[in-house]
Structures are given as structure tokens and as C-alpha cells.
Design a protein around this ligand. Structure first.
Ligand code: FE2
Length: 263
């Protein structure tokens, strides 16, 4: 089976890029399941009903998130009723939503976990201790396991990859919006990439209008950030799993650009 994991969909341009490339890739690359990080899908921060539905409509099966999950309060109206929308599992107990989901595929159960890092990130419980708890909880149910580790620091993400090597099928990083070229099958068989990168406006600073970010650096004053528009970038990996053994076979990194005439 092949699972495509798509990097952070940012704003309207990101939703359009996701809709432009996903169905075509699903067909051409024979993808079975699509996982996408959607935490920036509504105006660059959080989810609305509309932004989540746009992801499902374009082919997302499972939607992950991160530190921006609560930014639009709309999410509180639906997160508890969405079986395949997940948020970092290491929020304190009692947070709305859930930190992992179990997705049925043929006779198998695919677990997708979501955790947030805590280096250069808002305070949150330990992701390493939390992942041990989660793996214990799902061990009798899950045949195949993926983790979206939403984190800033490369070291924390690499440490998570090493910590879970041989215990899960893939660890993919999200959050930085910059794709890293370090995709690898680790020594005990876990696929790993430090960051999937962004699906959103290509001519931007991490999705935000370039001139706004430069203004902030030049003046040192608070500046209202807006999501950029125009040319699109699409970032993802495809992880292939052996159907007989449930072991990871390969990880392939993708990045595509689409030029628009809109500026
Ligand atoms: Fe984030």
C-alpha cells in the first residue's frame, strides 16, 4: 500500500494547490491513503468547516494539525465529531478532540498519531513519554503506524525519528513550512523526514506575504501578517508499505510548483 503525507496546507492558495495536485497524484502514483496537515488551512491559522471540507473534498482521508489547531474557534464546534481530524496528543488531558485515529483500510487498521514538539514551541506535555503511552494503547489494534510530529527544532524531530525507529512505519515532521531533503529509511526500518514542507503560496515567507515579514524585521514593530497569494508549491512524501509484512519499503519525497498569473 502507498500512503501520501502532504505538508502544511496554508490558506486559500494552499487549499487550491492541494485540490489541484492531490487527485492527479492519487491516480498516477496509485495512492491508497492521503494524510494532510491542515492546521493552517483557514486563512493561515486554524480550521473552519469550509477549510476542512475542502481538504476532504480534494481527497484527504486523515487531517492532522499542530499548535494552530485552536486558532479559529469554529474548530470546537466539530473537532469532537470528526473521526479523522486529529490534534497533538500531548495537550493536557481534557483537551477537545483526539490525538490519534484508527483508519480502516481493507482488512487492516492504520493508526495516525499527531504530536507537538516543545523546543521553541508553546508549552505542552512531553511528546516522547506521550508516544510511549499511545503505542501501548494501540498495540493490539494498529497494523501500520504513522506519526506527524509537528515541531520546530530539527534535533527534536531527529530524536523522535530515532526513538521510534523500528516501532512505527514512518515519522514525518511538519510545522516549519520548509521541505528538508533528508528523507531516509532508518536502520530499523522506519521512514523519516525532518519536514514535509508547505503546500501553499510559493512566493512568500513560510506562507506569509513577503513585504509584511520584511517590514517586521526592518521596524521591529508588530505587523499584521496576511497569507500570500500567487504561485503554488505542493510538498509531500509517499511511503510504501509491504502488504504481506506491514514493513516500510520506501519513502519518496515530492515537491511541485504551479505558476499562476495572480499577484
Ligand atoms: Fe505549526
Amino acid at each position: 500500500m502507498k500512503v501520501m503525507l502532504v505538508g502544511d496546507v496554508c490558506g486559500r492558495t494552499g487549499r487550491e494547490a492541494f485540490a489541484r495536485f492531490t487527485p492527479k497524484l492519487k491516480r498516477e502514483k496509485n495512492i491508497d491513503i492521503i494524510v494532510v496537515n491542515g492546521e493552517n488551512s483557514a486563512g493561515g491559522k486554524g480550521f473552519t468547516r469550509k477549510s476542512l471540507d475542502a481538504l476532504y473534498h480534494a481527497g484527504a482521508d486523515i487531517v492532522t494539525s499542530g499548535n494552530h489547531v485552536w486558532d479559529k474557534k469554529d474548530v470546537l464546534e466539530f473537532i469532537d465529531d470528526e473521526p479523522f481530524l486529529i490534534r497533538p496528543a500531548n495537550y493536557p488531558d481534557g483537551a477537545p478532540g483526539k490525538g490519534y485515529c484508527l483508519y480502516p483500510w481493507k482488512a487492516k487498521t492504520i493508526a495516525v498519531l499527531n504530536l507537538s514538539g516543545r523546543v521553541f514551541m508553546p508549552p505542552i506535555d512531553c511528546p516522547f513519554q506521550k508516544v510511549d503511552e499511545l503505542l501501548k494503547e494501540i498495540k493490539d489494534e494498529a497494523d501500520i503506524i504513522f506519526l506527524d510530529f509537528h515541531a520546530e527544532a530539527t534535533s527534536e524531530k531527529m530524536a523522535m525519528g530515532a526513538y521510534l525507529d523500528g516501532r512505527v512505519n514512518a515519522v514525518v515532521g511538519t510545522h516549519t513550512h520548509v521541505q528538508t531533503a533528508d528523507e531516509v529509511l532508518l536502520s530499523k526500518g522506519t521512514a523519516y523526514i525532518t519536514d514535509l514542507g508547505m503546500t501553499g503560496p510559493a512566493n512568500s515567507i513560510l506562507g506569509v506575504r513577503t513585504e509584511r515579514v520584511i517590514e517586521k524585521f526592518l521596524t521591529g514593530r508588530p505587523v499584521r501578517f496576511e497569507v500570500a497569494e500567487g504561485d503554488e508549491v505542493y510538498s509531500a512524501v509517499i511511503v510504501e508499505i509491504d502488504d504481506a509484512t506491514n514493513r516500510t519499503v520506501s519513502i519518496e519525497r515530492l515537491q511541485y510548483h504551479h505558476k499562476t498569473n495572480c499577484f
